[in-house]
Design a protein around this ligand. Structure first.
Ligand SMILES: [Zn+2]
Ligand SMILES: [Zn+2]
Length: 147
């Protein structure tokens, strides 16, 4: 479990001033992977008391720009944030309940970095969002036959 001073040094490493909202947001994102902004605001308020939406948005933007937090936006979903950065992992989203899970890249492969046509772009990153049903939803509803 990462400590507050660990988060403070993470902020310093990317030259961000250490403030209580920044530490609180960073902590919330670490403890609640793939949380949306509203959930993060709830966690931060439980920790710090009254903090404006705008303040949390601003902190999330600063942390994302600094590379401490990764923002993802599955189709049909609000933006989510996570602290697992730097490994370019992918995500699977449940169409029924919106649950999100991490999907690791195949070991030894830079996933999907060789598109059939790069149209001249220099490509260094790919993100895949898989869609389907999570185990809970599969267990709750028998698979629809056919489709
Ligand atoms: Zn589900
Ligand atoms: Zn993730």
């Amino acid at each position: 479990m990462a400590t507050t001073s660990h988060f403070e040094s993470m902020l310093r490493e990317v030259s961000l001033r250490v403030t209580r909202p920044r530490v609180a947001v960073l902590t919330a994102v670490h403890e609640h992977p793939h949380a949306d902004t509203d959930s993060i605001i709830g966690v931060v308020r439980a920790d710090l008391g009254e903090v404006s939406h705008q303040a949390v948005y601003d902190v999330l933007r600063a942390l994302t720009t600094a590379g401490l937090v990764r923002r993802l936006q599955p189709e049909g979903s609000v933006a989510r944030y996570e602290a697992r950065v730097g490994d370019n992992h992918h995500h699977v989203v449940c169409r029924s309940c919106g649950a999100i899970a991490d999907v690791d890249c195949a070991v030894g492969y830079a996933a999907c970095l060789t598109p059939s046509n790069d149209t001249g772009y220099e490509i260094d990153e790919a993100e895949v969002i898989f869609s389907g049903r999570c185990p809970d939803c599969v267990a709750a509803t028998p698979a629809a036959s056919g489709g």
